[in-house]
Design a protein around this ligand. Structure first.
Ligand code: NAG
Ligand code: NAG
Ligand code: NAG
Ligand code: NAG
Ligand code: NAG
Ligand code: NAG
Ligand code: NAG
Ligand code: NAG
Ligand code: CU
Length: 394
């Protein structure tokens, strides 16, 4: 008896030391994992059931590909991924320089596309599906053009949320996505302005300068800025399309991550918003509410240049791990009630419907320009196991 108590408390101590989430968030992490398993099982069951399946699936439970959290990848798998990204940054661009003078690589094709379409893919009915297609094409390009054999990893923001640079994604090691920028002291908050809504002030992180170590230490950011908030109340503007080579800057910190993208906030987003409009607005932060949602939470945890620039944010390779998680959260939400949620769409084709535009529907066609892909209808982007897709999440 004494022995088993001693063993149990030793295990608890070990768990507490190794725990990547604070105690008050640990239950929410367990709940999030349960929700993911339930969603996954429902989805896998429907793959082989023509009664419940809303689509003809070409995907089976046997050959579906599985996207994983960065921390669960082996060191070799992480390095294979970052090597593929470096390779992609060294491949010739498809975008004509007559259209975008600053593109220097295939990687930049994706950045240029996102810059070009920013006002038609955020706070729109296409937001989730567009970023699903964008991220999937990036994953496919890494595989087809750079020999990557794995899947797109994701960043579960709730892990290490109070100290993200202590976690495996941002610890700056050779097996990370590179870490923080060099610390630049004395900076004020990041000021986010959105039309006539009150400003949102976000605490600065513990970096601010160029990334100092890891795979992307020597990376060159070529495009941007378009609208880059600085930590002194002003914003740097540009077209974003000209050649503007500079280092990758980050300003990672725990305050934004913990306040907006902890496990509890992820679980609440999924469970408290039954309607797609509420779900996608809470995820992106309801303007005027003061919240930036988990979407803003992830982006401004990375921050820096181009991470804090809404237009140019895919210029930081961590973007795709962040949007992997955005997609995973949508996938969980959808598959908790697929009959009602798989095809749920709300919103229009313009940022906060400004200027007013038509409602997005299943027939709305999107594209990702010179990044790749085709013109594709929303209908084909709603399920991760039909249309072009055949993947699930761990
Ligand atoms: C398919 O789903 C229906 C409705 O949920 C269920 O009644 C049926 O048993 C399922 N069929 C199979 C083969 O699992
Ligand atoms: C998975 O297997 C099914 C049935 O064999 C096949 O039709 C489909 O093309 C496969 N999909 C992938 C992505 O391998
Ligand atoms: C970039 O590509 C060139 C030729 O395509 C190759 O010689 C060079 O080694 C590559 N550099 C890196 C860092 O992959
Ligand atoms: C903020 O910093 C930028 C870049 O260092 C500088 O150009 C700008 O003048 C500063 N703005 C204010 C209001 O201090
Ligand atoms: C977790 O996130 C929610 C919503 O974003 C927030 O209200 C709460 O204060 C956060 N928890 C911590 C410990 O910061
Ligand atoms: C667009 O969607 C809104 C909100 O769902 C709805 O009230 C409106 O009637 C729709 N407009 C058209 C033209 O379908
Ligand atoms: C930007 O979008 C417009 C309108 O969709 C398109 O014609 C143009 O080719 C796009 N440019 C790039 C670089 O993708
Ligand atoms: C979903 O199913 C796949 C395939 O069986 C599995 O590898 C993966 O871990 C599952 N994910 C969850 C969250 O249960
Ligand atoms: Cu985006």
């Amino acid at each position: 008896m004494r022995f088993s108590i001693a063993v149990t408390s030793a295990l608890l101590t070990w768990t507490a030391l190794a725990a990547p989430v604070p105690d008050d968030d640990a239950d929410a992490l367990a709940t999030l994992n349960e929700l993911a398993q339930l969603a996954n099982q429902t989805m896998l069951d429907s793959l082989s059931n023509s009664t419940t399946s809303k689509r003809s699936n070409t995907c089976t439970a046997r050959n579906i590909s599985v996207r994983k959290e960065w921390g669960t990848l082996t060191a070799a798998e992480r390095i294979a991924y970052t090597n593929a990204v470096l390779c992609f940054q060294n491949k010739t661009a498809n975008t004509p320089t007559s259209l975008v003078p600053g593109v220097r690589s295939r990687y930049d094709d994706f950045v240029a596309t996102h810059i070009n379409q920013t006002l038609f893919i955020h706070y729109t009915g296409t937001f989730l599906a567009w970023h699903r297609y964008f991220t999937w094409n990036y994953e496919q390009a890494l595989r087809n053009e750079c020999g990557y054999t794995g899947t797109q990893p994701y960043w579960n923001w709730g892990l290490y949320s109070s100290n993200p640079t202590s976690g495996p994604i941002f610890d700056g090691s050779a097996t990370s996505m590179s870490g923080n920028g060099e610390y630049i002291p004395g900076r004020g908050p990041l000021t986010l302005s959105l039309g006539s809504y009150p400003n949102v002030y976000l605490p600065s992180g513990t970096g601010g300068g160029c990334v100092t170590s890891g795979p992307f230490k020597d990376m060159t950011v070529n495009l941007g800025p378009v609208a880059l908030p600085l930590n002194n109340g002003s914003e740097l503007y540009g077209t974003g399309l000209d050649y503007n080579p500079r280092c990758l800057k980050r300003d990672i910190g725990g305050a934004i991550n913990e306040a907006y993208a902890n496990c509890t906030s992820i679980v609440n987003l999924i469970t408290k918003n039954k309607d797609i409009w509420d779900f996608e607005m809470v995820m992106q932060g309801i303007p005027g509410s003061g919240s930036i949602g988990v979407h803003g939470g992830g982006h401004y945890t990375i921050a820096g240049d181009p991470g804090a620039d809404v237009f140019v944010s895919p210029g930081d390779p961590a973007f795709y791990l962040h949007h992997g998680m955005i997609d995973r959260v949508w996938w969980i939400w959808q598959n908790l009630d697929p009959q009602n949620r798989l095809d749920a769409i709300s919103g229009t084709g313009t940022f906060l419907n400004e200027p007013p535009s038509a409602n997005t529907t299943l027939d709305t066609v999107i594209n990702i320009g010179y990044s790749g892909g085709t013109n594709i209808a929303m209908r084909d982007l709603m399920s991760t196991t039909s249309g072009p897709f055949c993947y699930t999440y761990e």
